[in-house]
Design a protein around this ligand. Structure first.
Ligand SMILES: Nc1ncnc2c1ncn2[C@@H]1O[C@H](COP(=O)(O)OP(=O)(O)O)[C@@H](O)[C@H]1O
Ligand SMILES: [Mg+2]
Length: 410
């Protein structure tokens, strides 16, 4: 018989957790603290649409973890139980529904599932949607969460806008949500004026607010006495510095709880929070890497490969200066990786912009070489373990199929 010992641990009761599911990212708490104003504004903005008139479009924006998704889901859950004859709602996360076609198809599968299954093209879907709205003057509220992930966003906005002139009655109201505060600047001006008819900002939480949010969740998720207010405030202070992100605060609480549990303790201590904060910092970095635009990924890939192989600077300088790389060799490596992937490499002007973007995101650090090395040059160093950055990029960029051929030699 197999050894049962590893499985026995699974059945053991936790000293820390009471209800782990309350810490899952999918959990919506019964009350959202400090968001009354936002919830009221959403309801107010959507009221005409919910009453059957074509209301104004709404745009929610704010940094990650400021409660945008929770607030809209909260409102949707509340209005879903009302007897709304003419209004229909479709919510979707655009990380998955990331094109006009996928968005329209999702609307179909929400409201006309049998039609959606037949796999029609975009023109047919559009016509069907228009006639469905016309049938009894429906108002469709389309909620596009993380809307900046939609690849052909201008086309999507155009189609949604156009639908309002193609229908005889009824219409579509759009609710756009973005984590990206400067999203406005990249939008086509016409899409922008459509989307931003009404806008609503979600400010970052301060440490007092975060402390209350953590406490509220800890009450549900942890056993009594498993954490005290000092540890909660400590976690809140860290999350407040990290852009007031409630998701991060709750993640920290979860990890700290796991740390305490692994240590056989029945109470989360400040040291557990500290440890959790450290591992989360690198998680955030790897998430950031996976979201970088293509050429910045290629550039960071070049930096990680050179860091593993050891750059020229290391060979030139006597001091053990770790893995500082010469800006010039990084550019060469980047260009050769791009060409081995049959992608046109960007000019050195773009290269300098990308390097400074990566620096601003805290992924690399830069230093002037000082005198000595062929005049002045910039030195670049990766701030996270090169192997792990390399693996992260390979996973998100190459989908195991097309690895650049130039990896080995350096
Ligand atoms: N005001 C709040 N009260 C309680 N929990 C919150 C609040 N705001 C955010 N959260 C929690 O923080 C996490 C992130 O919130 P979310 O709504 O996904 O943020 P966003 O969509 O702005 O990135 C979720 O687990 C959510 O339950
Ligand atoms: Mg969200």
């Amino acid at each position: 018989m197999q050894d049962q010992e590893p499985f026995a641990k699974l059945m053991e009761e936790s000293n820390i957790f009471l209800d782990r599911s309350a810490l899952s990212p999918h959990f919506t708490p019964d009350t959202l603290l400090y968001r009354d104003k936002q919830i009221n504004s959403i309801v107010k903005a959507l009221t005409p649409s919910l009453k059957g008139d074509k209301g104004r479009n709404l745009f929610l924006y704010g940094a990650p973890g400021t409660g945008k998704t929770s607030c809209i889901k909260y409102v949707i859950d509340k209005v879903k139980v009302l007897p709304l004859v003419k209004s229909k709602i479709s919510y979707m996360g655009c990380k998955i529904y990331n094109s006009r076609y996928k968005v329209l198809n999702k609307i179909m599968s929400d409201h006309m599932p049998t039609y959606a299954k037949r796999g029609y093209g975009i023109t047919d879907i559009y016509e069907k949607l228009i006639s469905w709205i016309d049938q009894d003057s429906k108002i469709l509220i389309v909620v596009l969460d993380e809307i900046d992930m939609v690849k052909d966003l201008d086309d999507l906005i155009y189609t949604l806008t156009r639908s309002n002139s193609d229908v005889k009655s009824g219409g579509i109201t759009t609710v756009g949500i973005s984590n990206n505060v400067s999203f406005k600047e990249v939008l086509d001006p016409r899409s922008l004026s459509t989307l931003y008819e009404t806008e609503l900002a979600f400010p970052p939480y301060n440490s007092t607010e975060l402390s209350d949010i953590i406490r509220q969740r800890a009450k549900k998720a942890l056993k009594e006495g498993a954490i005290d207010i000092a540890a909660i405030n400590y976690a809140a202070a860290i999350a407040a510095k990290e852009n007031g992100d409630a998701r991060l605060a709750l993640k920290m609480l979860t990890k700290a709880g796991e740390n305490a549990e692994d240590g056989g303790k029945s109470k989360i201590e400040i040291s557990d929070i500290k440890e959790a904060a450290k591992s989360i910092e690198s998680d955030i970095a790897y998430d950031l890497v996976a979201m970088l635009p293509e050429h910045q990924k290629l550039l960071l890939y070049a930096i990680s490969l050179l860091s593993i192989q050891g750059g020229k600077y290391k060979k030139l300088s006597e001091e053990v200066n770790g893995t500082f790389l010469l800006s010039g060799e990084v550019y060469e490596k980047y260009a050769s990786i791009a060409s081995s992937l049959k992608k046109e490499s960007k000019s050195s002007r773009w290269y300098r912009k990308y390097v400074s973007d990566l620096e601003m995101q805290g992924l690399i650090e830069m230093m002037n070489s000082g005198k000595g090395i062929r005049g002045q040059t910039k030195l670049i160093r990766l701030r996270y373990p090169a192997e792990k950055i390399k693996a992260t990029i390979e996973q998100s960029l190459f989908n195991d199929s097309e690895q650049p051929s130039d990896q080995g030699q350096g």
